[in-house]
Design a protein around this ligand. Structure first.
Ligand SMILES: Cc1cc2nc3c(=O)[nH]c(=O)nc-3n(C[C@H](O)[C@H](O)[C@H](O)COP(=O)(O)OP(=O)(O)OC[C@H]3O[C@@H](n4cnc5c(N)ncnc54)[C@H](O)[C@@H]3O)c2cc1C
Length: 402
């Protein structure tokens, strides 16, 4: 394993860092301001976002996540990791480069499992950043950590499928640009447990799709993106909207969640790096009880522990990315599960130390620490709770000694 960065990656790191400093960090507050100036925080996307997207596109730092060079930048997962990390330093960063969740995962699904027609209709505008998408798997009525529990139905009727179900936490559904949902539901209750589910493309303007409410995260609404509770009531879509094939929903979920999960981990490392940077700057600029905060015993320990934990998480992320590139997402499942447990908890610890070191400022909106903490906390649940990933790691470990 060689974890050194290639020349190409170093150049992109330089470009991204410069872009973040010149364009993204200075506009974080403007983004929020523009959101608040609208009729409602959900009515539109702050204009600054589209401006920044156009700039990033013009500079060629766009769609870096897709390993398939036909559609994306052709970077391996290992090459993308240090770049995604830089974008993750800001909560508005990933979207600027068209590299945000859930679109990256959804685009990967359409690239891998979509037909030419589906690619033309949905992938092309997603890659261009013209529309956005959501992923509707989780349901309020069942423990959705176990995807075989999903109850929504996708039933064939002539040339169409009819969809009925209630979903929640469909991230991105609030965005006025969100035009398409990938919905998971059951097509055949008599098939074996992992072949009952299918995934289907559902245009959000189809009759019968209703966004019931948007769910906040610790009080953050995440507008205009948000997390929707959606009912699908007798929604009819053409039969050709099925992805890959009937009964392939579970298999797609496994494939989709691999890249999506590691992208979250990469971003969390960036969030932790920025938190540590803010912590270090602050404690050297303030004095309490006769000496700089930086020289108060425990703070040095926080700094050291944060650096150690970030480096550990980064190395495991790179190992998981390397495995995905060399043996495939399926074979890399242990590493993906491990890093999905490690990265959110690491980021939460680093962010918490930074919040503590900043004093009351740390919990305010003057810094991004509090919002990043709330986001990182959700990632111990979203894309599979820690316990499910631990169970997976334990199962694979035990298998070695059967
Ligand atoms: C901010 C946010 C965004 C999200 N975005 C999306 C999205 O875009 N699309 C989507 O479909 N879903 C999304 N989700 C939902 C997320 O994927 C689910 O919440 C998650 O899979 C867990 O399902 P559940 O909430 O039904 O919890 P449950 O399945 O009810 O599980 C509850 C708890 O039980 C425990 N548990 C479960 N299984 C085991 C086990 N095997 N061993 C030990 N303990 C276990 C865990 O502690 C778990 O947290 C999002 C969630 C959040 C918070």
């Amino acid at each position: 394993m060689d974890f050194s960065y290639s020349q190409k990656v170093k150049e992109l790191q330089g470009k991204l860092t410069a872009f973040m400093e010149a364009n993204v960090y200075p506009n974080e507050r403007i983004y929020e301001q523009q959101l608040n100036e609208q009729e409602s925080r959900w009515s539109d996307v702050p204009p600054i976002m589209e401006e920044l997207k156009q700039k990033a596109k013009a500079e060629g730092i766009w769609n870096l996540f897709l390993p398939e060079s036909e559609f994306g930048a052709g970077l391996t997962n290992q090459e993308y990791a240090p770049l995604c990390e830089i974008m993750g330093r800001s909560l508005i960063g990933p979207e600027v480069f068209n590299c945000s969740a859930p679109d990256t995962g959804n685009m990967e699904v359409i690239v891998r499992y979509g037909t030419d027609r589906q690619k033309e209709q949905w992938l092309r505008p997603l890659l261009a950043g013209e529309i956005r998408s959501c992923f509707s798997m989780t349901e309020p009525a069942v423990a959705s950590a176990d995807a075989t529990n999903i109850e929504a139905r996708i039933e064939r009727d002539g040339d169409e499928y009819v969809i009925n179900g209630r979903k929640w936490w469909s991230s991105g559904a609030g965005d006025p640009r969100c035009k398409i949902a990938i919905v998971m539901g059951k097509t055949d209750l008599s098939a074996n447990r992992h072949e009952q589910q299918s995934m289907i493309l559902v245009p959000l303007d189809s009759p019968g799709v209703k966004i019931e409410r948007m769910l906040p995260v610790f009080g953050y609404d995440h507008a205009p993106h948000g997390h929707g509770e959606i009912t699908y009531e007798n929604v009819r879509v053409p039969a050709e909207n099925i992805l890959w094939g009937v009964g392939k929903g579970f298999a797609i979920a496994q494939g989709r969640l691999g890249p999506g999960r590691i992208h979250h981990c990469m971003r969390l490392i960036g969030a932790a790096e920025r938190a540590l940077e803010e912590l270090c700057k602050r404690v050297q600029s303030r004095t309490a009880f006769g000496k700089p905060l930086a020289r108060q015993g425990v703070i040095g320990e926080w700094i050291a522990d944060s650096r150690i934990e970030i480096e550990q998480a980064r190395l495991l992320t790179l190992k998981a990315a390397y495995m995905m590139d060399t043996v495939g997402n399926k074979e890399a499942k242990a590493e993906i599960a491990m890093i999905k447990v490690v990265a959110p908890s690491m980021a939460l610890r680093v962010l918490d130390r930074a919040i503590q070191a900043l004093g009351a400022a740390g919990v305010s909106n003057d810094f991004t620490l509090a919002a990043q903490w709330a986001n990182a906390r959700t990632l111990r649940l979203a894309d599979g709770p820690d316990e499910v990933h631990r169970a997976q790691v334990a199962k694979l470990e035990l298998k070695k000694y059967q």
